[in-house]
Design a binder for this molecule. Sequence first.
Ligand SMILES: Cc1cc2nc3c(=O)[nH]c(=O)nc-3n(C[C@H](O)[C@H](O)[C@H](O)COP(=O)(O)OP(=O)(O)OC[C@H]3O[C@@H](n4cnc5c(N)ncnc54)[C@H](O)[C@@H]3O)c2cc1C
Length: 521
Amino acid sequence: MKKIDKNEEAVIVIGSGAGGGTMVYELTKAGIPVVCLEAGAFIKPEEYVNDEWPSFVQMAWLDKRTTSGNWRVAKDFPGLPTWLVKAVGGTTTHWAGATPRFLEYEFKTQTTYGDIAGASLLDWPISLDDMESYYDKAEDAIGSTHTNGRPPLAANNNYKVFANGAKNVGYKFYATGPYGTNAVPYDGRPGSIHDGFNFQGDKHTSKWNTAVREIPRALATGLLDLRPESHVVKITHDKSGRVDAVLYVDKEGNLHRQAAKVVCVAGNSIETPRLLLLSESSTFPNGLANSSDQVGRNYMRHMTGSMYARFDKPVNFYRGETMAGFIADEVMHDANRGFAGGYYMETLALGPAFMAAFLDPGGWGEKFTAMMDGYENLAGMWLVGEDMPQSNNRVTLSASAKDQWDLPAPNVHFDDHPNDIAMRNYAYEKAEQLYKAVGAVQTYRTPPYPSTHNLGTCRMSAKAQDGVVDKWGRAHDVNNLFVSDGSVMTTGAAANPTLTIVALAIRQADYLASELKKGNI
Ligand SMILES: Cc1cc2nc3c(=O)[nH]c(=O)nc-3n(C[C@H](O)[C@H](O)[C@H](O)COP(=O)(O)OP(=O)(O)OC[C@H]3O[C@@H](n4cnc5c(N)ncnc54)[C@H](O)[C@@H]3O)c2cc1C
């Protein structure tokens, strides 16, 4: 592995998840040496644990976080507003694999939806046209099924129930993908063995994650200096306002300084704004890159909820690829439904341990126990749609809670927007109709889990006063500072975000490599 001297001004990537891992590989592939500072350890596939809670404890980001707002997560999981990972590979180790693209109108929601009270909608400074070729590259990197000639995954029982219900209620657009797990051997990794453990990291490696593809390949270029268990606590700058170094803490708590030529922050939509806020100085008293006061604002997490249904015969829904099932008929903007934007229906199965915790937190009684008793007869789906950005849904530094390094913990504030609630209620009804159309004897509306999709908080904008970064993800305020993760999303669309995060990172890496080679940075 390459060793870069701490006094050498390096290209630094903070985080190694969907955005950071992709940046690291694309830059080293282009011949650029990179230091990657990752807070988590490098857990290898053979160490992944096929057991829900031990796997969660192995990977999840469990540093202190607080939450506020009227969302139910604040009541059910006050210390766990988000479900994110601290490990090389970031949250792609835990992710399921759903990889839909954004639709054209979803890049221009302010124009399409018009003004919506309380929403801070903004059109992206880029369009689907700008993204198409990068979506192709991202799908090839991830190996998304159903794209570029890759075959679909086989249907599991949960999908068969879901697809029959879809047919019976008249939906037309349903399939087992696009999905980021190999149906057949591809790109040096095997086809799925359908063991149902893709949330747990996938020991078998048929699922894409940056710890099994991008990071090992970047190491193989000989240009990556990967430093796991290195938690960045501050980005510093010189007199002119250019970033010049990062300070990080190793696992023993020792503080280090790495000199920087360029910094790409990819800590996810909670830790990225937190780090920028922690990096305040006399030149940037409100935090780095925050002259617009937009850092941390417009936090989105998708409209979500789940629907579980009990049947009179076994479904064994936990077998096979967890989320390999999509219905896309509700992804459109049709104001006649009583809300703006659209949503996907996606198959979902949890093991009994997670089901007991998440089916209805704090729930009990006849309806609840009938579902748990009938576990093997359950089918399930997740509802995931566009939520409205709101200026006051935001990540801030807690005034009282501290993390293990004595730094202010992030507080995640989220209020549901009336549009999110209207969409969720409509989606619950449609999901119930679908399962009843195939004979469900009981349905159960499950409230949102801690956020797995964390978006916004450093949004991309054409004008500096509306956001934090420009159309390349470069900070409006600081020439050599980039944001390379899900926090750049101007709006969230209905699609699961990772394909778009990877496509944006490939696009940003192309731009950054070319600017570096031209000597512009
Ligand atoms: C159970 C589950 C299922 C999911 N399923 C899907 C799906 O099917 N489809 C989909 O599109 N998305 C899915 N997601 C979401 C997806 O995983 C995330 O959207 C994506 O990984 C976010 O990428 P990111 O680069 O923004 O952040 P991450 O992937 O979270 O990476 C951030 C990295 O930065 C590191 N880091 C943070 N702060 C610091 C710091 N100060 N110093 C050093 N390192 C730091 C973290 O340790 C982490 O490794 C799922 C998530 C979960 C939890």
